[in-house]
Design a protein around this ligand. Structure first.
Ligand SMILES: [Fe+2]
Ligand SMILES: [Fe+2]
Length: 254
């Protein structure tokens, strides 16, 4: 059985709280960002700055511990948008105000309860993991790599944070309900990852990660997340880091 009634979210709150004291990268070093990567980063920035109010609203009934952690989580996502904005500015590249993919995700979360909110968010987070890893490892520019590494480190905490929440919500469901939820989750994750692969294929190719490989590795990671979330027996998922892992490595761990 997952955590007790205290729910164990204090450690996430402490972790997110500690993250707030990190220093920014040195923006004065400037950035050389190829146009195709800048356009891709601008689209991701819109998603990072997305509506956190729905998450907070949904979290209010989930206990003070979770709510406190959720507020800090939303703060981290907004900080990702700020970091990407500063990066684009350092490279003399424009930001954008909106993108259809962000609007699509927002519509999926419209007036959602906590379960749907977190399940949709988790899909977005998993799609982001391999993307930021590709930038961290494949970008030529130092500042771009630093920003991607910082965001990736956060996203690697966010996914197990969501897994922790979902396991608490889902463990008592009967097996058929869990199977149905898994099917619905995959039905969202596959097209979402495919859209990122296609929409960002130019940037991914530049970074040495062809779109097909991005898609394969992201879905493999999502498979680990679904198993960690929906397995009825304790697997200690919330204690394990999430890593996209090297392309030819042993695969993701959740
Ligand atoms: Fe983020
Ligand atoms: Fe995140």
């Amino acid at each position: 059985m997952p955590d007790d009634t205290a729910q164990g979210f204090d450690r996430w709150r402490c972790q997110f709280e500690a993250n707030r004291h990190r220093r920014d990268p040195d923006w004065n070093q400037g950035a050389e960002i190829p146009a195709v990567l800048a356009a891709s980063l601008a689209r991701f920035q819109v998603g990072e700055g997305g509506d956190g109010d729905g998450m907070i609203r949904a979290a209010t009934r989930a206990g003070d511990g979770y709510l406190a952690a959720a507020r800090l989580f939303v703060g981290e996502e907004r900080d990702h948008a700020r970091l990407l904005g500063r990066l684009l500015a350092a490279g003399g590249r424009p930001a954008i105000a909106a993108h259809w993919s962000d609007a699509a995700f927002r519509s999926l979360r419209w007036r959602a309860g906590l379960r749907r909110e977190v399940m949709v968010l988790t899909v977005a987070e998993v799609c982001a993991l391999r993307y930021y890893e590709a930038i961290r490892d494949g970008a030529d520019d130092q500042l771009t790599r630093e920003v991607a590494a910082r965001i990736l480190a956060d996203e690697e905490e966010h996914v197990p944070f969501h897994v922790h929440r979902l396991r608490l919500d889902l463990f008592s469901l009967p097996a058929p309900a869990r199977v149905a939820l898994a099917a619905a989750w995959w039905a969202l994750a596959i097209p979402s990852a495919a859209v990122v692969a296609v929409d960002h294929r130019g940037a991914l190719r530049l970074l040495g990660v062809p779109a097909g490989r991005y898609l394969t590795e992201t879905l493999r990671l999502f498979g680990s997340v679904t198993r960690a979330t929906l397995t009825p027996e304790p697997v200690g998922a919330e204690d394990r880091p999430v890593r996209a892992g090297p392309a030819d490595g042993p695969g993701p761990a959740v």
